[in-house]
Design a protein around this ligand. Sequence first.
Ligand SMILES: [Zn+2]
Length: 193
Amino acid sequence: MTDFTQPSSSSILRPDFSAEDSSITTGTGSGTRLVLCPAHRRKLESLAEMSYPFEACGVLAGRLENGEVRVRKVWSARNVGRRVHDRFRLDPEDFLAADRLARERGMEILGIWHSHPNRPAVPSRVDLEEAWDGYSYLILGIDPWGQVDFRSWRRDALRDPSGGAASVMDEEPVVFEDDDPLAAALEKAAPSH
Ligand SMILES: [Zn+2]
């Protein structure tokens, strides 16, 4: 049996690189699914492509119905972070504008999307720490050839396996379904940045 115990001095002094972006705890599934229409997919792919190699971000709005996170509107927002190659900070003004527009249309903010240039569509440590409960976090992993991988996550503070401040991200399936004409009309009518 290998002894993994570290001398206490080195474990205190050594920075914990394992806590950096790549390794977060993922849960067993959110019990929800994120439903977008194919037009949203094309829009998100092109936004991620245009921002490459920097992170793009934005807001998802629609309705939560019977465990289905039904997206009716996809907005892009400015990334006002200082490390835009591997972080995003969604412009608070853009978020508030999206929230107002959503309410005016009888929708609610369902989540946040952002891209991961040259990285998998898995939440980073920072993504996890900054996530809010009850939101979907759609991540678009985009490679140098423009291939986009869509995965969505929800923070679950209640099922924290460590009992500490950290939480887990549960994955929710991403489904692309042709939607009713209403969604297409909303997509055309609403302004975006
Ligand atoms: Zn991220």
